[in-house]
Design a protein around this ligand. Structure first.
Ligand code: CAA
Length: 263
Protein backbone atom coordinates (compact mmCIF):
# COMPACT_ATOMS: atom_id res chain seq x y z
CA UNK A 1 0.00 0.00 0.00
CA UNK A 2 1.36 3.45 -0.86
CA UNK A 3 2.13 5.98 1.88
CA UNK A 4 -0.58 8.51 2.84
CA UNK A 5 0.57 12.12 2.74
CA UNK A 6 -1.15 15.29 3.98
CA UNK A 7 0.90 18.08 2.35
CA UNK A 8 1.51 16.54 -1.05
CA UNK A 9 -0.50 14.49 -3.53
CA UNK A 10 1.01 11.64 -5.49
CA UNK A 11 -0.25 9.93 -8.64
CA UNK A 12 0.85 8.02 -11.73
CA UNK A 13 -0.66 9.87 -14.69
CA UNK A 14 1.11 7.77 -17.36
CA UNK A 15 3.03 4.49 -17.44
CA UNK A 16 6.47 5.04 -15.95
CA UNK A 17 5.63 8.54 -14.66
CA UNK A 18 5.16 9.64 -11.04
CA UNK A 19 3.60 13.02 -10.28
CA UNK A 20 4.10 14.82 -6.95
CA UNK A 21 1.87 17.86 -6.35
CA UNK A 22 2.73 20.23 -3.48
CA UNK A 23 -0.57 20.80 -1.72
CA UNK A 24 -0.74 23.47 1.01
CA UNK A 25 -2.93 25.93 -0.90
CA UNK A 26 -3.76 28.22 2.06
CA UNK A 27 -0.05 28.79 2.75
CA UNK A 28 0.87 29.06 -0.95
CA UNK A 29 2.68 25.72 -0.70
CA UNK A 30 5.13 27.16 1.82
CA UNK A 31 7.73 24.50 2.48
CA UNK A 32 7.09 23.44 6.07
CA UNK A 33 9.27 20.75 7.61
CA UNK A 34 6.34 18.32 7.29
CA UNK A 35 5.93 19.08 3.58
CA UNK A 36 9.67 18.75 2.97
CA UNK A 37 9.74 15.49 4.88
CA UNK A 38 6.83 14.10 2.83
CA UNK A 39 8.40 15.28 -0.42
CA UNK A 40 11.65 13.62 0.52
CA UNK A 41 9.86 10.36 1.40
CA UNK A 42 7.81 10.34 -1.81
CA UNK A 43 10.88 11.00 -3.97
CA UNK A 44 12.78 8.17 -2.31
CA UNK A 45 9.78 5.85 -2.69
CA UNK A 46 9.50 6.59 -6.43
CA UNK A 47 13.27 6.35 -6.86
CA UNK A 48 13.14 2.79 -5.51
CA UNK A 49 10.08 1.80 -7.60
CA UNK A 50 11.15 -0.09 -10.76
CA UNK A 51 7.85 0.90 -12.44
CA UNK A 52 8.80 4.59 -12.31
CA UNK A 53 11.19 6.02 -14.90
CA UNK A 54 10.82 9.77 -14.30
CA UNK A 55 9.21 12.07 -11.73
CA UNK A 56 7.34 15.37 -12.15
CA UNK A 57 7.10 17.85 -9.25
CA UNK A 58 4.50 20.59 -9.46
CA UNK A 59 2.34 22.96 -7.41
CA UNK A 60 -0.93 24.71 -8.31
CA UNK A 61 -1.79 27.22 -11.06
CA UNK A 62 -1.16 30.10 -8.62
CA UNK A 63 1.97 28.88 -6.92
CA UNK A 64 4.71 26.30 -7.26
CA UNK A 65 6.00 27.18 -3.77
CA UNK A 66 6.34 30.54 -1.97
CA UNK A 67 9.51 29.47 -0.14
CA UNK A 68 10.32 27.91 3.15
CA UNK A 69 7.56 28.34 5.76
CA UNK A 70 8.49 31.70 7.32
CA UNK A 71 6.14 31.09 10.27
CA UNK A 72 8.22 28.06 11.28
CA UNK A 73 11.44 30.07 11.07
CA UNK A 74 10.44 33.33 12.77
CA UNK A 75 11.44 32.42 16.32
CA UNK A 76 14.01 29.79 15.63
CA UNK A 77 17.45 30.25 17.20
CA UNK A 78 20.87 29.60 15.70
CA UNK A 79 21.44 26.61 17.99
CA UNK A 80 18.07 25.09 16.96
CA UNK A 81 19.03 25.53 13.33
CA UNK A 82 22.29 23.67 13.82
CA UNK A 83 20.76 20.92 15.97
CA UNK A 84 17.75 20.54 13.71
CA UNK A 85 19.96 20.70 10.63
CA UNK A 86 17.44 23.10 9.09
CA UNK A 87 17.77 22.91 5.34
CA UNK A 88 20.11 20.00 5.84
CA UNK A 89 18.22 16.99 7.15
CA UNK A 90 14.77 18.11 6.03
CA UNK A 91 15.76 19.70 2.74
CA UNK A 92 15.23 16.95 0.23
CA UNK A 93 18.40 16.93 -1.75
CA UNK A 94 16.84 16.19 -5.09
CA UNK A 95 20.25 15.82 -6.63
CA UNK A 96 20.64 12.51 -4.72
CA UNK A 97 17.58 11.03 -6.45
CA UNK A 98 18.81 8.87 -9.32
CA UNK A 99 15.76 9.19 -11.59
CA UNK A 100 15.19 12.38 -13.58
CA UNK A 101 12.94 14.99 -11.97
CA UNK A 102 11.07 17.62 -13.97
CA UNK A 103 9.72 20.74 -12.23
CA UNK A 104 6.47 22.00 -13.78
CA UNK A 105 6.22 25.60 -12.55
CA UNK A 106 3.14 27.85 -12.62
CA UNK A 107 2.83 31.05 -10.58
CA UNK A 108 5.28 31.85 -7.79
CA UNK A 109 8.48 29.83 -7.41
CA UNK A 110 10.29 32.04 -4.96
CA UNK A 111 12.76 31.61 -2.13
CA UNK A 112 12.98 27.91 -1.31
CA UNK A 113 10.42 27.31 -4.11
CA UNK A 114 12.86 28.56 -6.72
CA UNK A 115 15.63 26.59 -5.02
CA UNK A 116 13.50 23.45 -5.09
CA UNK A 117 12.89 23.91 -8.84
CA UNK A 118 16.62 24.42 -9.37
CA UNK A 119 17.37 21.08 -7.68
CA UNK A 120 15.24 19.37 -10.33
CA UNK A 121 16.90 18.23 -13.57
CA UNK A 122 14.64 20.10 -15.99
CA UNK A 123 12.37 23.11 -15.37
CA UNK A 124 9.34 23.80 -17.57
CA UNK A 125 7.37 26.95 -16.80
CA UNK A 126 4.01 28.37 -17.75
CA UNK A 127 3.94 32.00 -18.94
CA UNK A 128 2.55 32.97 -15.49
CA UNK A 129 5.58 31.66 -13.60
CA UNK A 130 7.44 34.13 -11.40
CA UNK A 131 10.82 33.33 -9.92
CA UNK A 132 12.81 35.12 -7.26
CA UNK A 133 14.96 34.97 -4.14
CA UNK A 134 13.39 37.50 -1.75
CA UNK A 135 15.25 36.35 1.39
CA UNK A 136 17.07 39.71 1.59
CA UNK A 137 13.68 41.28 2.48
CA UNK A 138 13.59 38.99 5.52
CA UNK A 139 17.04 39.93 6.75
CA UNK A 140 18.63 36.67 5.62
CA UNK A 141 20.12 35.14 2.49
CA UNK A 142 18.99 32.11 0.46
CA UNK A 143 19.78 28.93 2.39
CA UNK A 144 18.63 26.24 -0.01
CA UNK A 145 21.31 26.57 -2.68
CA UNK A 146 20.39 29.70 -4.69
CA UNK A 147 23.64 31.59 -4.16
CA UNK A 148 25.37 28.68 -5.93
CA UNK A 149 22.81 27.16 -8.32
CA UNK A 150 21.30 30.44 -9.52
CA UNK A 151 24.79 31.86 -10.12
CA UNK A 152 25.82 28.76 -12.08
CA UNK A 153 22.63 28.99 -14.13
CA UNK A 154 22.32 32.69 -14.94
CA UNK A 155 25.74 34.20 -14.19
CA UNK A 156 27.12 36.39 -11.42
CA UNK A 157 25.74 39.79 -12.35
CA UNK A 158 22.13 38.62 -12.78
CA UNK A 159 22.29 36.39 -9.67
CA UNK A 160 23.64 39.32 -7.64
CA UNK A 161 20.82 41.56 -8.89
CA UNK A 162 18.13 38.99 -8.07
CA UNK A 163 19.53 38.08 -4.63
CA UNK A 164 20.49 41.61 -3.53
CA UNK A 165 17.29 43.37 -4.67
CA UNK A 166 14.86 40.52 -4.01
CA UNK A 167 12.95 41.33 -7.20
CA UNK A 168 10.91 38.67 -8.95
CA UNK A 169 11.70 37.70 -12.53
CA UNK A 170 9.41 36.40 -15.24
CA UNK A 171 9.24 33.07 -17.05
CA UNK A 172 10.39 34.88 -20.17
CA UNK A 173 13.51 36.21 -18.37
CA UNK A 174 14.15 32.77 -16.85
CA UNK A 175 14.07 31.25 -20.33
CA UNK A 176 16.26 33.95 -21.86
CA UNK A 177 18.82 33.58 -19.03
CA UNK A 178 18.94 29.77 -19.33
CA UNK A 179 17.46 28.97 -15.90
CA UNK A 180 14.64 26.93 -17.38
CA UNK A 181 14.35 24.61 -20.34
CA UNK A 182 11.40 26.47 -21.89
CA UNK A 183 8.13 28.34 -21.39
CA UNK A 184 5.18 26.18 -22.48
CA UNK A 185 1.96 27.37 -24.14
CA UNK A 186 -0.74 29.31 -22.34
CA UNK A 187 -3.59 27.63 -20.47
CA UNK A 188 -4.48 25.87 -17.25
CA UNK A 189 -2.63 22.61 -16.68
CA UNK A 190 -0.54 22.88 -19.85
CA UNK A 191 2.77 22.90 -18.00
CA UNK A 192 1.94 19.73 -16.06
CA UNK A 193 0.65 18.02 -19.20
CA UNK A 194 3.86 18.88 -21.09
CA UNK A 195 6.05 17.82 -18.16
CA UNK A 196 4.21 14.49 -17.87
CA UNK A 197 4.60 13.96 -21.63
CA UNK A 198 8.34 14.66 -21.37
CA UNK A 199 8.62 12.34 -18.35
CA UNK A 200 6.80 9.61 -20.33
CA UNK A 201 9.30 9.98 -23.17
CA UNK A 202 12.23 9.71 -20.72
CA UNK A 203 10.60 6.72 -18.97
CA UNK A 204 10.43 4.88 -22.31
CA UNK A 205 14.25 4.82 -22.52
CA UNK A 206 16.56 2.40 -20.73
CA UNK A 207 16.63 3.43 -17.08
CA UNK A 208 20.30 2.53 -16.66
CA UNK A 209 21.45 4.86 -19.46
CA UNK A 210 19.04 7.60 -18.33
CA UNK A 211 20.47 7.49 -14.82
CA UNK A 212 24.05 7.44 -16.15
CA UNK A 213 23.26 10.49 -18.31
CA UNK A 214 21.80 12.34 -15.31
CA UNK A 215 24.83 11.50 -13.17
CA UNK A 216 27.33 12.70 -15.77
CA UNK A 217 25.51 15.96 -16.58
CA UNK A 218 25.27 16.75 -12.85
CA UNK A 219 28.98 15.99 -12.50
CA UNK A 220 29.68 18.91 -14.86
CA UNK A 221 28.74 21.18 -11.92
CA UNK A 222 31.13 19.55 -9.49
CA UNK A 223 34.13 18.08 -11.26
CA UNK A 224 36.94 19.52 -13.35
CA UNK A 225 36.60 19.03 -17.12
CA UNK A 226 39.22 16.24 -17.08
CA UNK A 227 37.49 14.40 -14.20
CA UNK A 228 34.06 14.87 -15.78
CA UNK A 229 35.25 13.52 -19.12
CA UNK A 230 36.85 10.53 -17.39
CA UNK A 231 33.60 9.78 -15.53
CA UNK A 232 31.61 10.09 -18.77
CA UNK A 233 33.97 7.71 -20.61
CA UNK A 234 33.88 5.13 -17.82
CA UNK A 235 30.08 5.18 -17.59
CA UNK A 236 29.89 5.00 -21.40
CA UNK A 237 32.16 1.92 -21.32
CA UNK A 238 30.10 0.42 -18.48
CA UNK A 239 26.86 0.64 -20.48
CA UNK A 240 28.29 -1.98 -22.86
CA UNK A 241 27.74 -4.48 -20.04
CA UNK A 242 23.96 -3.91 -20.19
CA UNK A 243 21.28 -5.74 -22.16
CA UNK A 244 19.73 -2.37 -22.99
CA UNK A 245 22.83 -1.42 -25.04
CA UNK A 246 22.61 -4.73 -26.97
CA UNK A 247 18.87 -4.22 -27.52
CA UNK A 248 19.18 -0.52 -28.46
CA UNK A 249 21.84 -1.13 -31.08
CA UNK A 250 20.21 -4.33 -32.42
CA UNK A 251 16.89 -2.47 -32.78
CA UNK A 252 18.61 0.29 -34.77
CA UNK A 253 20.16 -2.26 -37.14
CA UNK A 254 16.89 -4.16 -37.52
CA UNK A 255 14.97 -0.88 -38.10
CA UNK A 256 12.54 -1.45 -35.21
CA UNK A 257 11.75 0.30 -31.92
CA UNK A 258 13.92 -0.83 -29.00
CA UNK A 259 12.25 -2.56 -26.08
CA UNK A 260 14.35 -1.76 -23.02
CA UNK A 261 14.23 -4.09 -20.03
CA UNK A 262 16.42 -1.93 -17.76
CA UNK A 263 18.93 -4.75 -17.39
N1 CAA B 1 5.76 31.02 4.58
C1 CAA B 1 4.64 30.97 5.30
N2 CAA B 1 3.45 31.45 4.87
C2 CAA B 1 3.43 32.01 3.64
C3 CAA B 1 4.56 32.10 2.82
C4 CAA B 1 5.79 31.56 3.33
N3 CAA B 1 6.93 31.54 2.62
N4 CAA B 1 4.23 32.71 1.66
C5 CAA B 1 2.91 32.99 1.75
N5 CAA B 1 2.42 32.56 2.93
C6 CAA B 1 1.05 32.67 3.46
C7 CAA B 1 0.74 34.11 3.88
O1 CAA B 1 1.21 34.37 5.19
C8 CAA B 1 -0.77 34.10 3.78
O2 CAA B 1 -1.29 33.44 4.91
P1 CAA B 1 -2.57 34.11 5.74
O3 CAA B 1 -3.70 34.08 4.74
O4 CAA B 1 -2.75 33.18 6.87
O5 CAA B 1 -2.16 35.48 6.09
C9 CAA B 1 -1.05 33.19 2.58
O6 CAA B 1 0.13 32.41 2.40
C10 CAA B 1 -1.30 33.98 1.32
O7 CAA B 1 -0.21 34.87 1.10
P2 CAA B 1 -0.37 36.38 0.60
O8 CAA B 1 -1.62 36.97 1.16
O9 CAA B 1 0.91 37.10 0.90
O10 CAA B 1 -0.55 36.14 -0.98
P3 CAA B 1 -0.25 37.16 -2.17
O11 CAA B 1 -0.83 36.52 -3.38
O12 CAA B 1 -0.67 38.55 -1.81
O13 CAA B 1 1.36 37.21 -2.30
C11 CAA B 1 3.56 36.22 -2.41
C12 CAA B 1 2.06 36.08 -2.76
C13 CAA B 1 4.19 37.35 -3.23
C14 CAA B 1 4.20 34.88 -2.79
C15 CAA B 1 3.73 36.53 -0.91
O14 CAA B 1 2.96 35.60 -0.18
C16 CAA B 1 5.15 36.43 -0.40
O15 CAA B 1 5.95 37.32 -0.66
N6 CAA B 1 5.46 35.36 0.37
C17 CAA B 1 6.75 35.19 0.99
C18 CAA B 1 7.80 34.82 0.00
C19 CAA B 1 9.16 34.71 0.66
O16 CAA B 1 9.67 35.60 1.30
N7 CAA B 1 9.79 33.51 0.49
C20 CAA B 1 11.09 33.24 1.02
C21 CAA B 1 10.95 32.46 2.27
S1 CAA B 1 12.49 32.20 3.11
C22 CAA B 1 13.22 30.96 2.26
O17 CAA B 1 12.67 30.37 1.35
C23 CAA B 1 14.61 30.59 2.75
C24 CAA B 1 15.44 29.80 1.82
O18 CAA B 1 16.23 30.27 1.04
C25 CAA B 1 15.37 28.34 1.82
Amino acid sequence: MSTQYTNILTSRPEPGVALITLNRPKALNALSSLLLNELSQALKEFDRDPQVGAIVVTGSEKVFAAGVDIKELTNIQYADMIKGHWLGKDWPDLTRIQKPIIAAVSGFAIGGGCELAMMCDIILASPTAKFGQPEIELGVIPGGGATQRLTHAIGKSRAMEIILTGRHFSAEEAEKWGLISRVVGDGEGVVVKDAVEMAKTIASKGQISVQAAKETVNAAYELSLAEGLRLERRLFHGLFATQDQKEGMAAFTEKRKAVFTHL
